[in-house]
Design a protein around this ligand. Structure first.
Ligand SMILES: Nc1ncnc2c1ncn2[C@@H]1O[C@H](COP(=O)(O)OP(=O)(O)OP(=O)(O)O)[C@@H](O)[C@H]1O
Length: 238
C-alpha cells in the first residue's frame, strides 16, 4: 500500500466516561511527517490510540485517503493501512524474534522478513532469541519492524526513543528517516525529545489537555523559543 493522507476532523475521544481529546482537527498529506508534542499527560498517546481505534470515540471523523475509518474496529483499520507501534512495545516475550516478525507479515510470503533484517541488522543477529531476552532498544526495533512488515500506509510511532541509550536513539531515528524518505508511509511521531521531533518532521502539532494549541512547521517552532518554553518547557531547544 502506498502512503495515504490522513485527515482528522473534530475528533473527541477518551476512556469510558472520561473525555481526553476534544475537537481535534488536523491533516497530514500522503507521504509526509508530523511530530506530536506536548507535556506529559496531555493526550499524545490517546491521540495515536484513537487513530488506531483503541479508545472510546465520542465524535468526529478519521479519514485515510478520504475514507472515514472512525467507525471501524482496530483490526479493520490495520487492514486499511493504519499501523501503530505502541509506547509499550508489545512484543511477544515468549516467542523468538523471528516468530514475532512472522506475526507481522499478514498474508505476505515468509521471505519478506528479510526487509526487517535489512532495516535492523541487529534483529538478524538476535533472530533466535526470545522476546524477553532483548534489550529495550532491540524490543523497540522488533516492535517497529513487526508493524512495518504489515506495510502500513499511515504509521503511528509512540515515543519510540523513550528510555533508550543515545546511540540506539540515533540508529532508530536514522531508520525512521529512511522509511520516511521512501515515501511509502505517512508517519506520525510522538516524541518528547524536541530536537529529534523537529529534525524528523516537516510539521508539528502541540497538544495541551487534549486540545491542539499550536500547529505549524517545524522551522516555525524551532525559531520561536517563547512558544517552545510556553508549551513544552524551558531549555527544550539547545
Ligand atoms: N486507560 C485510561 N483510562 C483513563 N484515563 C486515561 C487512560 N490512559 C490515559 N488516561 C488519561 O488521559 C490523559 C492523557 O494521557 P496520555 O497517555 O494520552 O498522555 P500523553 O501526552 O501521551 O502522556 P505521556 O507523555 O506521559 O505518555 C491523562 O490525563 C491520563 O491520565
Amino acid at each position: 500500500m502506498p502512503a495515504a493522507s490522513l485527515e482528522v476532523r473534530s475528533l473527541s475521544a477518551g476512556y469510558g466516561p472520561t473525555v481526553v481529546l476534544e475537537d481535534v482537527s488536523f491533516s497530514v498529506p500522503a507521504g509526509s511527517r508530523l511530530s506530536i508534542l506536548g507535556r506529559n499527560g496531555m493526550g499524545k498517546t490517546t491521540l495515536l490510540s484513537s487513530l488506531m481505534g483503541l479508545t472510546r470515540r465520542y465524535g468526529g471523523e478519521i479519514r485515510v485517503n478520504g475514507n472515514d475509518v472512525a467507525g471501524d474496529k482496530s483490526s479493520e483499520r490495520a487492514l486499511k493501512g493504519v499501523g501503530l507501534v505502541p509506547q509499550t512495545r508489545d512484543i511477544f516475550r515468549s516467542l523468538t524474534v523471528e516468530e514475532n516478525l512472522l506475526v507481522g507479515i499478514k498474508d505476505r510470503p515468509r521471505s519478506v522478513i528479510q526487509e526487517a533484517y535489512d532495516m535492523f541488522p541487529r534483529l538478524h543477529e538476535r533472530r533466535r532469541n526470545l522476546g524477553w531476552q532483548l534489550s529495550g532498544g532491540e524490543q523497540q526495533m522488533l516492535s517497529t519492524a513487526r508493524t512495518i512488515l504489515g506495510r502500513p500506509s499511515v504509521l503511528l510511532l509512540d515515543e519510540p526513543l523513550e528510555g533508550l541509550a543515545p546511540v540506539i536513539c540515533d540508529e532508530l531515528m536514522a531508520a525512521f528517516t529512511r522509511l520516511a524518505a521512501s515515501g511509502e508511509m505517512t508517519i506520525l511521531l510522538v516524541e518528547q525529545r524536541l530536537e529529534s521531533a523537529l529534525d524528523f518532521a516537516e510539521s508539528v502539532l502541540i497538544l495541551e489537555r487534549g486540545q491542539i494549541v499550536w500547529q505549524g512547521s517545524s522551522e516555525a517552532l524551532r525559531s520561536d523559543h517563547s512558544l517552545v518554553e510556553h508549551y513544552i518547557g524551558v531549555g527544550s531547544l539547545h
